[in-house]
Design a protein around this ligand. Sequence first.
Ligand code: BEZ
Length: 388
Amino acid sequence: MRPQLPFRVAVAALLVAGAGSAFAQGAPIKVGLMLPYSGTYAGIGVAIENGFKLYVQEQGGKLGGREIQYFKVDDESEPSKATENVNKLIKRDNVDVLVGTVHSGVALAMANAAKANNTLLVIPNAGADAITGPLCAANIVRSSFSNWQPGYAMGTVAGGKGVKRAMTITWNYAAGAESTKGFTEGLEKTGGKVIKDLNLPFPGVEFQALLTEIAAQKPDAVYAFFAGGGAVKFVKDYAAAGLNKTIPLYGPGFLTDGTLEAQGASAQNMLTTLHYADNLDTRRNNDFRKSYALTYKANADVYAVQGYDAAQILGNGLKAVNGDLSKRDQLTAAMRKTAVDSPRGKFTLSAAGNPVQDMYLREVKGNYNEFRSIAVKALADPARGCKM
Ligand code: BEZ
């Protein structure tokens, strides 16, 4: 039989329990931003954080009726430090939600930690195919893309332009390998093939020997995956070697997104594929760009959009449960079911938690990636190996 509590003790215990749960509901939601704030991807990390905070600011500083408290870790795009870094947010800061990151190798470690600790994870960039493939989980969603998606789209565009022999060049890590694999798949489907894959270690920028090999092989086109500071250097070196006059340089949009001011003339007229274009003439995109420019005195890019949408997906989930994080299953289901009203255009999430979205063909004009056409409509990642 349960021992009887004296009446006053029981009342006091009830009051404390009540106050505790009221406090938990009213307390801020702890969001752990794990992003690169140093190294070649530093600018990408800043744009994602800006985009995330802009959406929260537009909601009056709250998501699902709750204030947001931020915790930050610079992951340096360094996979060897990733587990230690993510545990600072999960175990030391006790965050409710992880948001990160940019680099696929770091994101793979974050996904494993999120699964092991059952922490909510929203990925605002890293495209590692495995995260919405064999590693897929109810507590993980992505607001960005899988590495396969823009690569596959560019492969179909290149094949459609009559490219028969292509070369690829990239950093030797998951994102580069998966992006070029997607390109190869799209190209082969449309009648071309890749004659050689070139790579160098991340985040190296010693491109000269590889450019010499491209010049010797004379392919019909080159597909390159680089981003951030490395993309700036590669596009400039490609033009400085005179290769852009004879061998078209294609890529996923990361090659020219957030980089155009630094790339200048070397990037002009380049064609890339991505789920965003600067000049999408919709009210949603125009309002977003205006608000971003006013707040941060900078032009928005795809990374800012992905950060903004990460907050939007989390916000839609929290709204469905009135900010009650203990309703975990309802929250994760609502996040997955959300129709995201993004500056890129409306999109939904697949069962694996990856955006199903239009892939645009864009052309560089001045400092903008301008929309040319829809390369592939509502492209879903194949989610190979995801069992949910
Ligand atoms: C990645 O590592 O997944 C990645 C990094 C920068 C841009 C796009 C993808």
